[in-house]
Structure formats: C-alpha cells, structure tokens
Design a protein. Structure first.
Length: 313
C-alpha cells in the first residue's frame, strides 16, 4: 500500500472483562469511539494540533498524550523520525467511563500512523505499542481494551509473556446495552480495592463460567452464554462503587437480559442481549431509572463491532 499525506480513522470503544473474564476478555462496540486525523508536515516531529471533546482534560504534549507517544514509538521503531506529523484527536466518548477511552485514542493513533505509512506493520504487530500506551494512560499495560478496539470482535488474552491474543466467534444476534452513569470511578482506585487472594471454590466457579461462555460463543448457544455471565470475584467488590448497580441489574434481568455486569473498571455497566431491539429497550429503561434517581447518564445500544479500527473515507 502506498504512503499517504493524510489519514482519518475511527477506533471503537470497548467493554472489557465480558463480566466473568477479568483482564482476559474484551469486545468492541459499534459506538461510541474516537477519531484521529494525521497530516504530514515539513517540520520533523510529532505535534498535537487540536483535541476536541475532552473538556480540556487531555495533555497536548505529544510525549504525555497516548496518541502522540504511541505514534512516536512507531516512528522510532521504523526509523522514520525524520517525518513531521500533525495530530487532531476528536474524543467522541466519555473519559473515565469504563469503555476503554484511552484505548480507543491509542488505537486510533497507532492505526492511523500505520495506514499513513502504507501498513508496514500488521494489526497484531501494533499491539505491543498499544500496551505501552495503556501503561502511560493508566499505569498498567493491559490488552483487554486495546485488542478488541484494534482487531474487532471478542478477544481472549491468553498470555502476556509472550503476548497472545485470540479472536473468538461473535454470535450474530449478540448485542449490548451500555449505560455510563455520571459518577467517577478511577481505574486505579477500582483496581486497588480488589482482593489479592480468593477462595478456591470461587475460582473454580469462575473458570467454569469462562469456559462455558467461550463454549457458548463457539456454539452460538445463547442459553449457555446467559448461564455463564456471572462474576463471583470482581463484581461483588467493585459494584459498591456504582450507585444503583443492584437495582439496574434487577431491571435488566427482568427485561430479559442474558447477563448484566460492570464494563471494565466501571462506572459503566453492560447488559448483554439477544437482538438490538432488546438492547435498546434495556438502555431506555436503565436511563429512565437513573433519571428518577437524579443521576445523569449516557446510553448506547450496540451490536458487537467485528472490524475494529477503520479508515474513514
């Protein structure tokens, strides 16, 4: 593929953990997401020209911003530091939402520079750079957000040393209802409250759920998927940070959700459904419930995004 003078890309939001798969499962959403525009300029170096949609929260220093830092890493890796690159980042999703906001920005930047340079790297080869971007953003280089945002679909992180990411089947009718309550749950704080030791019986139960969920994906068995969407390890602790969590779970289940849980580290919650109409129904009901409790929210209803980051024509 030929090199380009400019490129405009989109990278999707993600929902990590898939309820029972803490730090090893993640999936891409159709909305929301982030957009990045890159333009070649004559002066060498990487410069962030503009950031929109972040309410002034993100650094414009390219070395401190995940988009700029990752682009610089790729240019060093390819011995192309002589290039001049201007970045425009359009945040089209909430920050600190549990929907992989930093991951979407990171992936948009990495995918954009790779496309601009004529795709010298495969998507899999971009993943290690994405992990470094996540480390810069939240202090921990995990792949359960960046992998699905880049690759699309549902991903399993089998190992980190070496990094091995597997794309799992996506049942055609599997959809999500996503609610982002307007409360703050920092990722680092959500990790710090977790137990470092767990009971063996709970671990065995969780392993069974993960195995059942993955089997359900391969078999396209929505009943098995539903019976496997249970988290005995993380949800009981983290859910206390999310107002109305138990009530929202009860509403979603009563309306026919396959499963309900925390998206990433929260505060977003996710209900999995069979069909988009059911997802929309649950999204509307949960937002209405939060409104009655004087809690603002963003709501999304989405199929599983199977293509990941894309070029915007």
């Amino acid at each position: 593929m030929k090199e380009k003078d400019s490129i405009h890309v989109f990278a999707p939001a993600t929902s990590a953990n898939f309820i029972c798969g803490y730090d090893i499962l993640g999936l891409a959403l159709e909305e929301p997401g982030d957009e990045v525009k890159l333009t070649r300029v004559n002066t060498p170096g990487v410069v962030i020209k503009k950031i929109t949609g972040d309410e002034g929260l993100l650094p414009t220093d390219s070395k401190k911003n995940t988009v700029g830092a990752c682009i610089e890493m790729v240019l060093r890796h390819l011995n192309r530091e002589d290039l001049g690159i201007e970045i425009e980042l359009n945040k089209k999703m909430p920050i600190g939402s549990g929907l992989g906001s930093s991951a979407a920005s990171t992936i948009a930047g990495l995918f954009a520079i790779n496309q601009l340079l004529g795709e010298p790297l495969t998507r899999q080869e971009l993943l290690p750079f994405a992990l470094k971007g996540e480390e810069l953003a939240c202090g921990y280089g995990h792949a359960d957000n960046v992998a699905p945002s880049l690759l699309g679909g549902i991903t399993l992180i089998k190992s980190y040393h070496p990094l091995e990411v597997i794309n799992l089947p996506t049942p055609k009718e599997l959809c999500c209802s996503i609610i982002f309550p307007h409360v703050e749950v920092p990722t680092r704080a959500a990790r710090q409250i977790l137990r470092t030791q767990i009971e063996l019986k709970n671990a065995v139960h969780q392993w069974g759920n993960i195995a059942g969920l993955i089997s359900g994906l391969f078999l396209e068995d929505y009943g098995l998927i539903s019976r496997s969407l249970e988290d005995k390890l993380i949800e009981p602790i983290r859910s206390i940070l999310i107002p109305e969590f138990d009530q929202m779970k009860e509403i979603a289940k009563e309306l026919g959700a396959l499963g309900f849980g925390i998206s990433g580290s929260g505060p977003s919650v996710v209900a999995f459904t069979k069909g988009l109409d059911k997802a929309k129904e649950i999204t509307e009901a949960l937002q209405l419930h939060l409104k009655h409790k004087q809690i603002g929210s963003n709501g999304y209803s989405s199929r599983i995004n199977t293509h990941g980051a894309i070029v915007i024509k």
